[in-house]
Design a protein around this ligand. Sequence first.
Ligand code: GP9
Ligand code: MN
Length: 434
Amino acid sequence: KPTELKTVKEYVDSHYADMNATYAGQAKGKNVIVIHLESFQQFSIDRKVNGQEVTPFLNSLYHSSDSLSFANFFHEVGQGKTSDAENMLETSTFGLPQGSLFAKLGNDQTFQAMPAILNQRAGYSSAVFHGNNGSFWNRTRVYKNMGYQNWISGEYFNTTGKRSTAWGLKDKLLFKDSVPYLEQLQQPFYAKYLTVTNHTPFELDKEDQDPNFQTSNSGSKYIDNYFITNHYLDQSIREFFDYLKKSGLYNNTMVVLYGDHYGINNTENQELAPLLGKDPSQWTDLDTENLQRTPLIIHMPGLKGGGVKTTYGGEIDVAPTIEHLLGISTKRYIQLGQDLLSTNRSQLVVMRNKDWITPEYASISGTIWDCRTNTIVSSPTVEQQKLFKKLQADANEKLAVSDSLNQKNLLRFYHPLDFKNVDAANFDYSKSST
Ligand code: GP9
Ligand code: MN
């Protein structure tokens, strides 16, 4: 048993954030549906364009007392983009410093991921739904290694002609056409939907656009298009919720919605600034960092203690949060995130490039910013210098632990109590076999 694994385990044990009794087990036995909102950023929540809400339905979910919503949730992806987000959400470890973990290591990696954990601890079945080809981001291989029982990819759907954009089946059709498969899943199930229509360059056929929604005239085609596909995404989620309610699934399901990473590139900040009520000439690197917030909304009818939470966290923290809501202790697993609802968690959010942010300070390419004044901390006190050094060391350690774990495939040697390693050979995703 390599000493590297010991180091990882010690790190995890000393950073474990325990369950919050108010929330632990509230979703016990419920179905879980994770909805990955492609490229969807926090700034679109509550955003009005021409006096009209861009995403009225998501806004209503965000503010519902049946939701736990997070105002300071950050994406932490690297070059693996969507695949890094998926990896973080389901394993609570980071993607790689370069490239995509799914693509580079996914074939032979040992995962102790959410589908297998929920299956083995609480009898959950599992499925992923997505309108792009199964092989994109090496998903077919990775999902088997993660223990997904069903992978309902683009091959399962009619994706011809105007039913698709360049990235696959349009979201409204994905939700609609997935129903016959969703309804075959044994409950409780863990199901993930990866939306794709709100993906750069955010192009959508005229007939899919809401004639009553008038987008911005920002001077950036990307921004103007972005609000159009945001709005379409919002409608697709509303339609899916209508289905959940009509079918009755709504009452015994917890829905988790999150944005995977930014959609609007830094190159568009000058055009974006006025829409956010900011002076473009005053735009700072911290403003850009602040845009790396993406929504996280955990919605469940009857939830107690809901509301908009201001705790600082990121994608790495989602798996333990969900597991604890389901009443599953995560103590025995190697997970680098901390339950967002725990009362003894760290407020340090670590980005894949070693930048970090806390409620007070941010480090961006080695420069320290004061988050409250939006200025560079140019002459830090001795106390501050010590603090910044400590925060950077903590950030570096978290990434190093993750990289050691993943790059050396250390989970091969780790056997959590009652966890049976996943055997990819148990899963056959070919359409004919269903
Ligand atoms: C592709 C989709 C987009 O299937 O998930 O991935 P991204 O380009 O955002 O990484
Ligand atoms: Mn993505």
